[in-house]
Design a protein around this ligand. Sequence first.
Ligand code: CA
Ligand code: CA
Ligand code: FE2
Ligand code: FE2
Length: 571
Amino acid sequence: MMKKILSLILVFIFIASCFTVSSAALKDDSLGIAVASDLHYNQPREKLEGDIDDEVYFYANRRAAMEDESGFIIDEFLAQCAENDDVDYVLIAGDLADNGRIIRQEHLDVAAKLGAFEKETGKKVYVINGNHDTGRAEDDFKNEDFRQVYADFGFSEALETQEGTLSYTADLGEKYRLIAADSCDPSKSTEDGLTSDRVDWIVSQAKKAYDDGRYPVLMMHHNLLPHMPLQRILSHNFIVRNHTVTASKLADAGIKIVLTGHEHGSDVMSYTSAAGNIITDFSNTSLTMYPLAYRYMEFSGDKITYSEKFIDKIDFDALTQAVDGYTDKQLTPMKEGLNEYAKGFFKAGIRYRLWLSLTPEKLGVAEDAFYSDLVYTAVNGLVDILDMPLYGEGGLKEKAAEYGIDLPDSDYFNGWDVATEVVSYHYAGCEPFALDSTEVTLILKIADFLLLDDLSTVNDRVFLGAANKILSNLGTDSVCKDFTKAAAKTFGPVTAGEYFILSIASPLLYGLAYDRDDLDDNNGEIPGYEADYSNAEAISENVSGFFEKMFLYLSISFRYFTRIFTKFFIR
Ligand SMILES: [Ca+2]
Ligand SMILES: [Ca+2]
Ligand SMILES: [Fe+2]
Ligand SMILES: [Fe+2]
């Protein structure tokens, strides 16, 4: 029963951006690259259709990706790269075609766009495959097909390739070398295929790059490092297997940069090996999903700067010619601000996806389970509460006040609005919501209300017992006491139910809603390949923080969420 309740709490915990304006970098003899990922190209439908209860975003989908607009977004991305003299190369980190395993035409369309760009600009495009791109079943688009269709975008100019994979290397300018590594297993849907022989190949190619007087830049589809708390446990299919060992090997091979996609979230995170070598994983968003962004990166000797670039418009005439059914309800806001529109589309899609998942069956509850009644009540209660207006007469704030819960004031209109806002920030990067933020407070207090209202029949002692058991088994009592103390300061005295939420849900929520390292996800700089660098300093700085430790402890207890949670994240 407890795990089902936890799973409900976790439903709240989706999650995160700072929309700082990207800064123009200096350009002399340095290398400039545009990195996009997860294009998920779909051929536009002939007519807009959908069944989401929303006037504007009725045609959104559970992937929250702008499928009908995808081709036009890709066109605009390439137009920006063509216009921008700082962009020397375009790199694409996989999932080029959404239904690429089965629809060859999607790949042909993407390759035609890339080919036209190369021809027009003389700039090179390099791609690597993602899990959506090739498969192994009889009629699937296979690795050989990928190599052939994308021959002009890496494979024909490859310096080296690895037998049995789509990995290759190619030079970037005068000083750098791209190692494009195939991290996929075409027989799996989302899991990685980065076996140790592939890692060894990458390491050998990094060495070769140095031997040739070049610095290695790695690109692969799957994330190297976790970009969410407990990612290994909660959505393990998004990072490579044995990621710590692999990150160490790659860092010690002198690779400082890895460009990844797959999770669709913007996050920049570093890992320091025991020897003091640092590798930074730049996880990229999906180009065709909110925030409709890509990275511009500039490599000079002593630093690597990165900034976020947005797709702020598309060819609306071409869009409406291709797809029937857009009205002013879509076109007016789209033209006023495509990015803001994309956010609304995203929130509608995420809401739809969560709503689809919020059934006892989807949560994996057997009908005859002794707790099924409770879960049923809880799920329905949760949906009702998320639908309820937060403020005004009969609103959630008024109802919660009856239980002594004080919901903070905000501009959010209901629980869905705040929950999907936090999720949108997780994807956009630079999650800004600290533990005492209005958003985190609202979510925790809404969860608290659920416990006191619909789940009031569950004894507080049950919650407390479960929380204690899980946590003390793991020897995390002291961590939890600290956390409870901190939480009590923010939220006032805590009940057993609140203790349970705070000690278990809030660290997770915090980790998802707040970027807890000091590397900006979207705009910043890191030391370059020729920067003065002390391994000893890096080692001494490599102490794991309080939250990291707590996540590690809690991770063990959260194993059983994997099945439930991955359902929300599978894509
Ligand atoms: Ca970060
Ligand atoms: Ca982040
Ligand atoms: Fe993807
Ligand atoms: Fe992917």
